[in-house]
Ligand binder design. Structure first.
Ligand SMILES: [Zn+2]
Length: 69
């Protein structure tokens, strides 16, 4: 994936930054809990095509980033 292209991509729902999951070939929005697929190298930025992430996946990363300090 082109890094510059990646940096331009935002979630169509919340306009938040997406995280590239290199193994799953998905772009993840943790805010919405959606993972947008990348097909043939092209990100599919459609909420109806996105996969709902499991709660485990959402909690998996960066514990403590949100909430209490
Ligand atoms: Zn979002």
């Amino acid at each position: 994936m082109d890094k510059q292209l990646l940096a331009m991509l935002v979630c169509p729902l919340c306009k938040g930054k997406l995280k590239y999951n290199r193994e799953a070939l998905e772009l993840e929005c943790r805010f919405d809990g959606l993972a947008y697929p990348i097909r043939d190298g092209i990100p599919v930025m459609l909420p109806e095509e996105a996969r709902a992430m499991d709660v485990d996946e959402k909690l998996h990363e960066s514990p403590g980033r949100m909430g209490k300090s």
